[in-house]
Design a protein. Structure first.
Length: 329
């Protein structure tokens, strides 16, 4: 029989050794600091290579930093996330157990992706450029804090890693959009991947809420950060597409009254165009609300015949069983 998803695949002694709580020599501490050191070294190498070049600043960061981010997201994150999955599955952990496992329940290689994600953010924070936007600063601090906190979450570490990897795919397209604003193909790719990654991340947040072992304060913290980040990212994508904000106003030919005065009978055409521009907003809003709700409904456990719900997400026998029967499932 396969172990229960909440069963520790690695003993609690191994958990303490893996995280080394209170020990500066722990693998987790070394992984986080080592990734930060590698990121800072990469920054220094880029600065040395481009010392004679006047770089364009993009949102407070030199262009080379954005290029390095694209390289990390495209060439480092995918193999490390695959390594996390393959090492866990190779150790006999199923995909469902991987998603619900805590950090100490996975092999050491399973956390390398997290270290790389942490280092990709901290390399920009030592120090953070003063010209960086508030949104960019908040994003970096949220990611770094979530990475550290995820190591101590009693359940859902694998889901956090999968969700963050999906979000990084959207961030990769955002970075390309910033670097090459004139590319129409990148613009389309950015809009499609960003929306899909935000939708998947919110759905993952719903899954996290349904894990009974996670304390309520952790659920609230992670889910609020998840929804907040996804909302901010999607609003930025809508602004980039001209659906909301300054670009939408600039593209607007005027009010319906102004158009009617200039060209009688043209108001209906204007309304149709305005409705067409708002259609993606309606579809996105519906998707961000409906899809996670449907997933939550599908994941909600149903009572087998003769069982009744009990606390802790378990089902208790509610009818008299034959001799010796009874217990929980």
């Amino acid at each position: 029989m396969a172990p229960h998803p909440h069963t520790s695949f690695i003993s609690h002694d191994a958990m303490a050794a893996s995280l080394g709580l209170g020990s500066l020599a722990s693998p987790a501490f070394l992984g986080l600091t080592g990734a930060t050191a590698l990121g800072l070294a990469g920054n220094r190498l880029l600065e040395s290579a481009l010392s004679n070049t006047e770089e364009e600043a993009l949102d407070g960061f030199p262009r080379s930093r954005w290029l390095m981010s694209v390289g990390i997201q495209a060439l480092v994150f995918p193999p490390l996330f695959y390594l996390s999955l393959s090492s866990s599955l190779g150790a006999g952990i199923t995909m469902g157990q991987y998603m619900t496992a805590a950090a100490w329940q996975l092999p050491g290689l399973g956390k390398w992706y997290l270290y790389a994600l942490f280092g990709s953010q901290t390399r920009d924070m030592c120090p953070m450029p003063a010209a960086a936007s508030t949104l960019m600063k908040v994003h970096h601090w949220l990611v770094v804090s979530a990475c550290v906190l995820s190591l101590f979450v009693p359940q859902g570490f694998g889901l956090f890693m999968a969700g963050s990897f999906i979000l990084e795919l959207g961030s990769l397209c955002f970075n390309l959009r910033v670097l090459y604003p004139g590319s129409k193909s990148i613009e389309v790719l950015y809009q499609v991947v960003m929306f899909a990654s935000n939708l998947a991340a919110v759905a993952g947040g719903v899954g996290l809420l349904m894990m009974p072992e996670i304390p309520l304060w952790m659920k609230v913290l992670f889910f609020a950060a998840d929804v907040g980040v996804c909302t901010g990212r999607q609003l930025h994508a809508f602004k980039d597409a001209g659906l909301i904000g300054a670009r939408a106003k600039a593209a607007s030919p005027g009010s319906a009254a102004e158009i009617t005065a200039a060209r009688p009978g043209a108001a209906s055409a204007y309304c149709r165009k305005a409705s067409t521009r708002r259609a993606p907003l309606r579809i996105a809003a519906f998707g961000l609300v409906a899809v996670p709700a449907l997933i939550s409904r599908q994941l909600r456990p149903t009572a087998p015949d003769g069982f009744r719900p009990a606390s802790g997400g378990r089902w208790m026998v509610s009818r008299q069983l034959p001799r010796g029967g009874g217990g929980s499932w």
